[in-house]
Design a protein around this ligand. Structure first.
Ligand code: ATP
Ligand code: UDP
Ligand code: MG
Length: 489
């Protein structure tokens, strides 16, 4: 099969106007539409592009219409008519309109799409799913769509959906949120047939106002699913999360949805900071049994579905939380009817995304666990669990966790307590709020105001052969600590 590269749907300006309920300027009638682009700097590469003027933190792209015209745009989508000869379609809100255009393309495409939400592990699960889907698509010389990097909000999701073409057999997107209603909107645009909710680990808890609100926000995905062929949509839910029962109840309201639940521990809370596990008498449908890890923290397990073994899986990814991520990915792909051998091969091939628990050689023969991309309470505990399984001496270098609101002190202290109970040898923290972690850890805990001080201390004191976890919120910039401690290969 030779796959057409052209994006699907939205090939005329008439369609654009119809989707947006907007007036079409005379000059655009009968005109073909090529790309849809939001950045004047990328226009040159595209055929017959429509420039969408968005307002960002730094710029208002309504100021760039002359630039857009010079770079080849055939029209602009704007919120107010701009004094420029470029033909303009005017709408009330270009960011919303951008989403609606992407939704129209997604509807025209019509094939299976998996959407992943949750506090932690969205990008990891997306990577695992994509590793499986590309193998499946290759059998048909087709492709599979996945969002680049972390593009998961009301801008990133439309960016991703607008790439859809008939070459894509299926796809996976991650949906992120920092307020209620956000997932409802992006789900309405993506219309996934399969939804995955990974967990609630406390990311953005300050902005949401509580763990329950986060769980509710993630649950919004369950109300926006589309049928999968002639069958019901599928919700993949984490049985080990404190909010499993809430999501299960949400999945049972409204349209009929099939649930595939997964469990690493089959009922024992995993990576959960708050809340309670409701008792459930039936085992999870997808399970990881006979779990074992090597000295690097790479897990292997028996994958079972409805009590039947599908085979043994050896992950390249580190940490028990990646077993949960692998189960979530496997469930979503099995829901699409993908063969279990392909599922296992895909899971085994997936490698870590930079900054998410990659292993880096450090000074003094140390092994650095680079988890510097981000942190929240549950993710921090999951990473400490991994550290605890690695060779001693075990060090944790931790930057403050942001966006935790009123509970910041307690949540930081819980991490210190947890690390001490796990037998971590030394913990050094930096940044506002992280002092509570060092204090709760007790003897062997040190706090530095500046990251540079922590870096200097670690360079001077790191014992030989240590296992070193480096982790903190994005704002903590802990990748600099990794850079300061690593040895070049
Ligand atoms: P973000 O919303 O910040 O983009 P994300 O949901 O996409 O995050 P990932 O990028 O996959 O998540 O992982 C970020 C960090 O979260 C990892 O480095 C790891 O420490 C932690 N993490 C990943 N999966 C899990 C999980 N299932 N349980 C707990 N922590 C996890
Ligand atoms: N933009 C553009 N040309 C430029 C600079 C910005 O088209 O030379 C666009 C950019 O792609 C975005 C909008 O203007 O859609 C707002 O830019 P800003 O950098 O403020 O956006 P942010 O990324 O901060 O949301
Ligand atoms: Mg992400």
């Amino acid at each position: 099969m030779s796959a057409p590269e052209q994006p699907v749907g939205l090939s005329t300006f008439e369609e654009v106007a119809a989707v947006l309920g907007a007036q079409l300027p005379q000059a655009l009638r009968g005109q073909a539409l090529g790309a849809i682009e939001t950045d004047t700097r990328k226009l040159g590469e595209q055929a017959a592009p429509l420039f969408v003027a968005l307002k960002g933190e730094r710029f208002d792209a309504h100021d760039f219409l002359a630039q857009a015209r010079a770079n080849g745009a055939v029209a602009a989508l704007v919120e107010r008519a701009v004094d420029d000869p470029l033909p303009q379609i005017v709408v009330a809100d270009t960011r919303l309109a951008f989403g609606l255009l992407a939704a129209a393309r997604r509807r025209a495409w019509g094939r299976p799409l998996i959407a992943v939400t949750g506090n932690s592990g969205k990008t990891s699960v997306k990577g695992l799913v994509h590793a499986i889907l590309v193998r499946d698509a290759a059998r048909f010389e087709a492709e599979s769509l996945a969002n680049h990097g972390n593009l998961n909000n009301d801008f990133g999701l439309p960016m991703t959906l607008l790439r859809l073409s008939n070459a894509h057999q299926h796809g996976v997107v991650e949906l992120g949120a920092n307020h209620l209603g956000e997932i409802a909107w992006t789900t309405a645009l993506a219309r996934p047939q399969v939804a995955v909710i990974t967990n609630v680990t406390g990311a953005h808890v300050g902005e949401f106002g509580g763990m329950g609100q986060i769980a509710q926000a993630k649950g919004e995905i369950l109300a926006g699913l589309s049928p999968l062929g002639g069958r019901r949509p599928v919700a993949v839910l984490n049985r080990d999360d404190a909010y499993f029962s809430l999501w299960q109840a949400l999945a049972a309201t409204g349209q009929a949805v099939d649930v595939i639940d997964f469990s690493v521990a089959d009922g024992v809370a995993d990576g959960v900071v708050d809340g309670s596990v409701d008792s459930v008498d039936r085992p999870a449908r997808l399970q990881a049994r006979e779990l074992g890890a090597d000295e690097l923290g790479r897990y292997a397990f028996e994958l079972t579905f409805d009590g039947r073994s599908l085979g043994r899986v050896q992950l390249a990814l580190l940490g028990r939380h990646n077993v949960a991520n692998a189960l979530a990915a496997a469930a979503a792909c099995l829901a699409l009817g993908i063969d279990s051998d392909l599922v296992i091969a895909g899971l085994e091939s997936a490698e870590s995304v930079p900054g998410r628990l990659g292993v880096v050689a450090g000074i003094n023969g140390s092994r650095l666990l680079d988890d510097s991309y981000n942190a929240n309470p549950g993710a921090m505990l999951a990473a400490l669990d991994l550290l605890a399984t690695l060779p001693a001496p075990r060090w944790c270098l931790m930057g403050a966790m942001g966006e935790l609101g009123a509970d910041a002190k307690r949540l930081h202290a819980e991490v210190g307590d947890y690390a001490r109970k796990l037998g971590i040898d030394f913990i050094a923290t930096c940044g506002e709020g992280a002092q509570a972690t060092a204090e709760a850890f007790g003897a062997g805990g040190k706090h530095f105001i500046e990251r540079a001080e922590l870096e200097a201390y670690a360079r001077n004191h790191l014992p030989t052969g240590a296992s070193v976890l480096v982790k903190g919120s994005r704002s903590a910039g802990m990748e600099n600590v990794v850079a300061a401690l690593k040895v070049d290969a």
